[in-house]
Design a protein around this ligand. Structure first.
Ligand code: ADP
Length: 393
């Protein structure tokens, strides 16, 4: 009998970092073939996705080659140029998220203008051209300090400066000029903590909101996430989820949208920035939610019904494993201790070389007692980092 059931589609993924690597896990479970465009041989996702090509995400021909025969393409990062995404769409390949949405995760000035027009609460902000305009921006508000950001290309706190006066802003303008981008000035928000609201949204408009989490940054890098955010006012949690759902709908985001938020000391949430891909603040969901952000990203971009984002445990804590000052010859060497100490611990390593400050993996711990869960996750991450030795046990 001829098989007239539709062929299993192949999903193209641009970028071979750990996010693409972690998409591969649910792709295996779902039997969904991935085809990867990796920036170099052997990068994190290239170690696990069999169907792969090596090429540059700024090269339209490489993008055309890797998406050949695919109906949908998604991304490990936000750096594919808008015009290339438009060219792929014109060739009938669905970019998820699409170029019209993605630009809001690429360009902070575009994002601020759009969210402002939608009435979404944001820090006071303005694009500035020189030190005098920084001083004028400060004078129009509460004065200095002011936060300056390059409008494009920043990540993990690179491209963010806190300045005490107009003269102090030279470094930001120099970096922006070198990168050919603008500088955005923002009020320095006196926040109680940073929150993150993650939603998955499919092209047909179905959406699922994860519990709002609290994230701790060190030197601009996400360090630790607690899900759900402890002691968060339920009304504020609902508001944060509604803001994320509204942004996803208005911007027509497909896949995961992460909305990074500041919880102010006077009980408001302000949007810091947007990411349109699985996000570090959602890694807890791999072990702490019914459906992980990676699976829901795949389901969303393939326009399949979404899975439940409900938590599996009262608390889940994610702690990143950053390369430490002391080189760790092999993260694998951490397994005997970490696993023996905590049989419930979940470890995710990215197959990356250890360098100081580089994200090379994370651990998830979950349970009913937050202090216990925090201690277990922190201990394990410190152990892998090489910050704990036999003597400190
Ligand atoms: P990146 O693109 O590098 O992630 P962000 O815009 O998220 O940059 O800023 C990095 C960190 O800098 C934030 O997590 C926050 O701790 C701090 N920050 C950014 N904007 C502000 C602001 N307006 N007020 C206070 N702190 C800020």
């Amino acid at each position: 009998m001829p098989d007239d059931s539709p062929a299993v589609p192949t999903l193209a993924v641009i970028g071979g970092g750990q996010l693409a690597r972690m998409m591969a896990q649910p792709a295996i479970a779902l039997g969904l073939p991935l085809r990867l465009l990796a920036e170099a041989p052997g990068v994190s996702a290239a170690q696990v996705v069999v169907d792969q090509q090596v090429g540059d995400h700024r090269d339209l021909e490489a993008l055309r080659r890797v998406t050949e025969g695919c109906t949908v393409v998604t991304f490990d990062h936000e750096h594919v140029p808008t015009e290339h995404l438009e060219a792929l769409e014109a060739a009938g390949i669905a970019c998820r998220p699409g170029p019209g949405a993605l630009v809001h995760a690429q360009d902070k000035a575009v994002m601020r203008a759009r969210l402002g027009a939608l009435g979404v609460p944001c820090p006071r902000n303005r694009v500035v051209a020189d030190a005098d305009e920084v001083a004028a921006f400060a004078a129009d508000g509460d004065g200095f300090p002011v936060v300056l950001k390059t409008t494009r290309g920043g990540y993990d706190g690179k491209g963010v400066w806190v300045v005490e006066d107009g003269e102090d802003s030279a470094a930001a303008f120099a970096a922006a000029a070198e990168a050919g981008v603008q500088v955005l000035a923002e009020e320095k928000v006196d926040f109680r903590r940073e929150l993150s609201a993650l939603v998955a949204r499919s092209p047909s408009g179905q959406a699922a909101a994860y519990p709002v989490v609290a994230s701790t940054q060190r030197d601009g890098i996400c360090h630790e996430v607690v899900a759900p955010a402890p002691d968060l006012d339920p009304d504020l949690a609902t508001e944060a989820q509604q803001v994320a759902l509204r942004i996803a709908g208005e911007l027509d985001v497909t896949g995961i949208l992460a909305v990074e938020l500041f919880e102010t000391r006077d009980g408001r949430v302000l949007v810091n920035e947007l990411a349109m891909r699985p996000h570090n603040t959602g890694h807890w969901s791999q072990d702490g939610a019914v459906t992980s952000q990676f699976e829901n990203h795949l389901r969303a971009v393939m326009d399949l019904p979404l899975g439940s984002p409900a938590p599996r445990a009262r608390w889940t804590v994610m702690v990143n494993i950053l390369g430490g000052e002391r080189p760790v010859s092999s993260l694998y060497a951490g397994f005997p201790h970490a696993f023996a100490r905590d049989p419930h611990l979940r470890v995710h390593l990215y197959g990356k070389d250890v360098r100081p400050g580089r994200k090379v993996g994370h651990v998830n711990a979950y349970g009913d007692d937050l202090d216990d869960v925090l201690e277990r996750a922190r201990h394990a991450a410190a152990w892998f980092r090489g910050d704990l030795g036999e003597e400190s046990e």
